[in-house]
Design a protein around this ligand. Structure first.
Ligand code: ZN
Length: 109
């Protein structure tokens, strides 16, 4: 079960309860429920290897940016910044991070 385990970003315990799994873009996503603190988080895997975690219980600004991009096929950093109440510089930084991870295809500023 090694591949199916992931550490809870909240309490650091190994959470083994998978609530749901699906494919998202190039990732395989597993939604875990931490059996210790009862929080849910999503672990992203790329080609069978662990990539990163998104903790949906703490809505980070980067999560809002991803949600915005899901709703709008493409968007300029300025539009996202205005819609999500962030600074343009912050949004650009987050988009660059997302591009590195392969979540965002290309950045146009
Ligand atoms: Zn936990």
């Amino acid at each position: 079960m090694g591949l199916h385990m992931s550490k809870c970003p909240n309490c650091g315990n190994e959470a083994t309860k998978i609530v749901k799994e699906w494919n998202y873009s190039i990732f395989h996503v597993k939604n875990f429920n931490c059996t210790t603190c009862q929080k849910n988080f999503k672990a992203y895997f790329k080609q069978g290897k662990f990539s990163h975690i998104i903790d949906s219980t703490q809505r980070k600004p980067i999560y809002s940016v991803i949600q915005y991009l899901k709703k709008h096929d493409s968007a300029r950093a300025e539009e996202i910044a205005e819609a999500e109440n962030l600074s343009v510089a912050e949004v650009i930084k987050m988009l660059e991070e997302l591009e590195k991870k392969g979540i965002v295809e290309s950045i146009t500023t």
